[in-house]
Design a protein around this ligand. Structure first.
Ligand code: URP
Ligand code: ZN
Ligand code: ZN
Length: 465
């Protein structure tokens, strides 16, 4: 028995065409102008609808211990919300403690996800220190299909690595074929700025973005580009928030340095005015890097359009407004950093990007699905609509409107960072390996469906290097 999607318009990163799609055994088996169903085939009539590759969110933090608490969305609620929002694969971060084994941390994250995830998943590994044990474990971790690492240039002292450690880690990534990503914020600038804010009694959440100036992000991006280039390794910037950082990345890309750039929906549609409103409400948007100004929003959209920004992930890292964000009631440095976005990424990119004429439908596909798949070793199994690819598909109704709200979202977290944002166009079917997991914004999947997907190594030759 096949699942046949009829009469829709298919969009990939490079093409758009009207065709039917046939799905068997979790894969796309035929794409043709007309596919005649056999008795017993299941049919989705996609007349007037748009068919896209399922979204790939390469930046999530589910069930993650952080800043004295644990993110409220786990693999069940996070994957349910992702599915309802049009995402069919997530790449979550394993974050080991300093002094602990990478293998042990990976096992912990495997257990968190196994049997509890409605869509496919993979992992990045955070490297929070460099020593002989880490150096020995890196090749084995890559062997297990964890082919990308993240280092933090901020969060002193818990996650921070210094430049020497970065260089050693970059060297191993190059030797064994892993992609390096960095959290670019100069940790010392943050410590220095925070110290003087607190001395002046500036302790409320409205000071968080002042403590994380855009120059701290831009400086460390600049430095990471130079260090990575010196070692000869590509580098991926997660959660780029500021036009100053983008400018560093643009300069590097123009010089043909091997740099990838991710931004997130929050940096495209929200601004630091949300901190200026004052009051405890501002804690909802305490994340690192923080929200920036409207000028940065506009430059980031232009960066997507012009190909300087390669991907849009979420950095979904959700903490309840009541009970969890309150850990920092006395001082903003204790507010758990992060916002919920896993459910909203694809919708926001479609509504604010495609529907408002900022980006084409092909560019939308590129940044939400195809580029993350290519960069992180999932392509062409995922990230496109092609014969032989996994049948990971999201079907959009461009005429369906909605409003983002915590009252209707599928995440566990008790607030929405995008409350009240009008959405034009909505996913009406999300299909993961041939199984409908969300329909008409209702979750219809099951948590045993999602599989761990080991990823290919980062191969410089595939990128013409
Ligand atoms: O505020 C954030 N971004 N929290 C998650 C951890 C990280 O830096 O990605
Ligand atoms: Zn980060
Ligand atoms: Zn993150």
């Amino acid at each position: 028995m096949s699942l046949i999607i009829k009469n829709g318009t298919i969009f990939t990163a490079s093409d758009s065409f009207k065709a039917d799609i046939s799905i068997e055994n979790e894969k796309i088996t035929r794409i043709a102008t007309h596919i005649e169903p056999n008795p017993g085939d299941e049919i989705i009539d996609a007349t007037g609808l748009e068919i896209y590759p399922g979204g790939i969110d390469a930046h999530t933090h589910l069930d993650m211990p952080f800043m004295g608490t644990v993110t409220i969305d786990d693999f069940e609620s996070g994957s349910r919300a992702a599915a309802c929002g049009g995402t069919t694969t997530i790449i979550d971060f394993v974050i080991p403690e300093k002094g602990k084994s990478l293998h042990d941390a990976l096992e912990i994250w495997m257990k968190k996800a196994q049997g509890k995830t409605a869509i496919d998943y993979s992992f990045h590994m955070a490297l929070v220190e460099y020593n002989d044990r880490v150096a020995n474990e890196i090749p084995e971790i890559i062997e297990r299909g964890i082919t990308s690492f993240k280092c933090f240039m901020a969060y002193k002292p818990s996650l921070y690595v210094d430049d020497y450690q970065l260089l050693e880690i970059f060297r191993l990534a190059k030797i064994y074929g892993a992609l390096m990503s960095v959290h670019a914020e100069n940790g010392d600038i943050l410590v220095f700025t925070t110290k003087y804010l607190l001395e002046e009694g500036k302790k409320g959440p409205e000071w968080h973005d002042v403590a994380h100036p855009d120059i701290a992000e831009a400086e460390s991006a600049h430095r990471a580009i130079i260090l990575a280039d010196y070692v000869g390794v590509p580098i991926y910037f997660v959660h780029t928030s500021s036009r100053l950082t983008l400018r560093e990345i643009q300069k590097a890309k123009r010089k043909e340095k091997f740099v990838f750039c991710e931004t997130c929906p929050q940096y495209l549609v929200l601004t630091n005015e949300l901190y200026r409103r004052g009051g405890w409400e501002a804690s909802k948007w305490v994340m690192s890097p923080p929200l920036r100004d409207k000028k940065s929003n506009d430059k980031l959209w232009a960066g997507i359009r012009d190909g300087f920004i390669d991907t849009v992930g979420t950095d979904h890292c959700s903490f309840n407004f009541v009970g969890q964000k309150e850990l920092g009631r006395d001082v903003f440095t204790k507010i758990p950093n992060g916002i919920p976005a896993i459910e909203e990424r694809v919708k926001i990119l479609y509504s604010e990007g495609v529907m408002k004429g900022r980006i084409s439908r092909n560019k939308f596909v590129e940044v939400v699905a195809t580029n993350p798949a290519k960069i992180f070793g999932l392509y062409p199994q995922k990230g496109t609509i092609a014969i032989g690819s996994d049948a990971d598909i999201v079907i959009f109704d461009p005429n369906k409107n909605g409003v983002i709200s915590a009252k209707t979202h599928h995440m566990k977290v008790d607030y929405s960072a995008f409350e009240g944002l009008n959405i034009q166009g909505a996913p009406v079917y999300t299909i993961s390996r041939g199984k409908v997991v969300a329909k008409d914004y209702k979750f219809v999947g099951d948590y045993a469906h999602g599989r761990f997907i080991p990823r290919k190594r980062f191969n410089l030759k595939e990128w013409g290097r």
